[in-house]
Design a protein around this ligand. Structure first.
Ligand SMILES: NC(=O)c1ccc[n+]([C@@H]2O[C@H](COP(=O)([O-])OP(=O)(O)OC[C@H]3O[C@@H](n4cnc5c(N)ncnc54)[C@H](O)[C@@H]3O)[C@@H](O)[C@H]2O)c1
Ligand SMILES: O=CCCC(=O)O
Length: 534
């Protein structure tokens, strides 16, 4: 059955303007005909045709500038989470392909790191222009493999591309230092140099932005990269890599391998040529990578899971708090590391907030991301739904009350009803861990001190949100929160110009902004002596 309404989204595309952000077919060897033609519906086939004619539907890995199958010919399927249909088969690569990708990245590093900052900047700028020129196709790919509504996917393209534009500019601003010397016959300099080959491992929830946020600064600094996208969403990464080649970024500077995650990860960790691992994903995998990087003492940056508190004080503007909390909670159907995970509401505003929030959540529309008006796509897979279900069951068994949703959506598959749960307590799974789904748990507090204790009562420390009209409280609470990002009266705070990253077990290092460059640079101190010699 055709589930993708081609006419509908064509109209949507034509109504969307070009960006201003603030905020098949190569067949792998064992298949002789393109998978899309064999396994998808008629409407899906026209989508495939459009993507295919754009040249952006790549289904091979990229090693040293060559589109490459797995050496043993094995493939893995990529599925549309909204329909369960297989949309492509991509190579199931492992250590051998990864080592070759590292080899090429290392060779290319020798030349790319010597290219002037001005030239690197120009290449990145061209890449940005191409990403924006292909916004529609990239948005389609994101919705196809990740499931988020097309409008949100197009927003991700703007957001993802913004990192390339920003770091194209930053490439020209890698300044060193001259330090006043303690001895008269010396001069002291600090040089900033690229770290070398970077292994970049990314998750499925932002198939483009979580890659560009890493690769943009890496290339800007003169590093080369081996990307391992999530096996659930590799098509967007491959399309972006194709555009990097079209932009003139040299073959070998951007490599993409996917397949056996732990084998690829181990190869990246073991290689002395890989000098930096940058990872976005779960805390559990981040810890493994951090331990593994010790073998060769690599630089590591980790963007891991969150457990964001969203604190609504009695003095908050109710409309602002409801609207912003809705955005912070239900972005990408709750599958965002900075999604509000615990909505902590002061007793004086609790009833009014719960009522207004419930009404707002009732207006969300669940469905296939390609259908017009849909705001909530499916969850990524069955495991994600099981996790949500187990958290909701745990809360109910401990006394929480479901006031909306609380079960799978009638659309079936991995669609889950937008859910609001009250009477949530801090011992419930919903409070302890990130639910990564469309479930909004409401907790009640009495005093500011209590709210801060509740908010900080977690190993995570990525994003937090507060709603208040008091300037003094804004400062006090922002300073007291053990988090890397704080939104005040705002639910969507990510931008390429500000540092993104967590404290505690949410990670190490920062991405985006001028600080994002430091992660890909080494400092070298040079001492020039004997200055008095004539
Ligand atoms: N802090 C952030 O910026 C941020 C952003 C997005 C997502 N996240 C977090 O990511 C998680 C969701 O993403 P996910 O389910 O893809 O996470 P995940 O940790 O399961 O996977 C992330 C990536 O790591 C790879 N991987 C898994 N095991 C590996 C191994 N042993 N060696 C090397 N690579 C391995 C996966 O294939 C994938 O590419 C959530 O916890 C979310 O909070 C964090
Ligand atoms: O999921 C995490 C990244 C989302 C963001 O950059 O705002």
């Amino acid at each position: 059955m055709a589930r993708i309404a081609v006419a509908g989204y064509s109209r949507l595309f034509s109504s969307l303007s070009r960006p201003r952000h603030s905020i098949l077919l190569f067949s792998p060897p064992i298949h002789t005909t393109p998978l899309l033609s064999r396994q998808m519906s008629v409407d899906a086939q026209s989508l495939a045709d459009r993507l295919s004619s754009s040249g952006l539907l790549k289904i091979k890995g990229l090693i040293g500038g060559k589109w490459t199958d797995a050496y043993d010919g094995k493939t893995i399927p990529v599925k549309n989470p909204a329909t369960g249909e297989i949309v492509a088969e991509v190579p199931c690569m492992g250590a051998r392909e990864t080592n070759d990708a590292i080899f090429h990245a290392n060779n290319t590093f020798k030349s790319w790191s010597k290219v002037t900052a001005h030239e690197r900047s120009k290449c990145l700028r061209k890449w940005f222009n191409l990403l924006i020129a292909h916004k529609e196709e990239l948005g389609q790919l994101i919705t196809l493999e990740q499931g988020k509504p097309l409008k949100e996917a197009m927003g991700e393209v703007d957001y993802g591309a913004s990192f390339i534009e920003f770091f194209a500019e930053e490439a020209k601003r890698v300044y060193g230092d001259i330090i006043p010397a303690p001895l008269a016959d010396r001069r002291l300099f600090v040089l900033k140099q690229p770290v070398g080959v970077v292994g970049a491992i990314s998750p499925w929830n932002f198939p483009l932005a979580m890659i560009t946020r890493k690769v943009g600064p890496a290339l800007a600094c003169g590093c080369t990269v081996v990307i391992k996208p999530s096996e659930l969403t590799p098509l967007t990464a491959l399309a972006a890599a194709e555009l990097s080649l079209q932009a003139g970024i040299p073959p070998g500077a951007v490599n993409v391998v996917m397949g056996n995650a732990s084998e690829i990860g181990d190869a990246l960790l073991a290689s002395p040529q890989v000098r930096k691992i940058t990872f976005t994903g779960s805390t559990a995998v981040g810890k493994k990578l951090m331990a593994g990087a010790a073998q060769t003492v690599k630089k590591v940056s980790l963007e891991l899971g969150g457990n964001a508190p969203c604190i609504v004080f009695d003095d908050a503007d109710l409309d602002v708090a409801v609207k912003a909390t809705l955005a912070a909670k239900f972005r990408n159907s709750g599958q965002t590391c900075v999604c509000a995970n615990r909505i902590i509401v002061q007793e004086g505003i609790y009833a009014k907030f719960a009522d207004a929030f419930l009404k707002a959540v009732q207006n969300l529309k669940v469905g296939d991301g390609f259908s017009e008006g849909v705001t909530q796509g499916p969850l990524i897979n069955e495991a994600a739904v099981h996790k949500v279900e187990s958290f909701v069951e745990d809360a109910i068994s401990k006394g929480a009350k479901v006031i909306l949703g609380g079960k799978r959506h009638s659309l079936g598959r991995t669609f889950y009803e937008p859910t609001v749960i009250t009477d949530v307590k801090s011992d419930m799974l919903l409070s302890r861990e990130e639910v990564f789904g469309p479930v909004a748990p409401l907790l009640l507090f009495k005093t500011e001190e209590e709210a801060i204790v509740l908010a900080n009562d977690t190993d995570a420390g990525l994003a937090a949100y507060i709603f208040t009209n008091s300037v003094q409280r804004t400062w006090r609470v922002s300073e007291a929160l053990e988090y890397g990002l704080v939104g005040v009266n705002e639910g969507i705070i990510s931008t390429e110009v500000a540092p993104f990253g967590g404290v505690k077990q949410s990670g190490l290092g920062r991405e985006g902004s001028k600080y994002g460059m430091d992660e890909y640079l080494e400092l070298k101190y040079v001492c020039l002596g004997d200055m008095n010699r004539k």
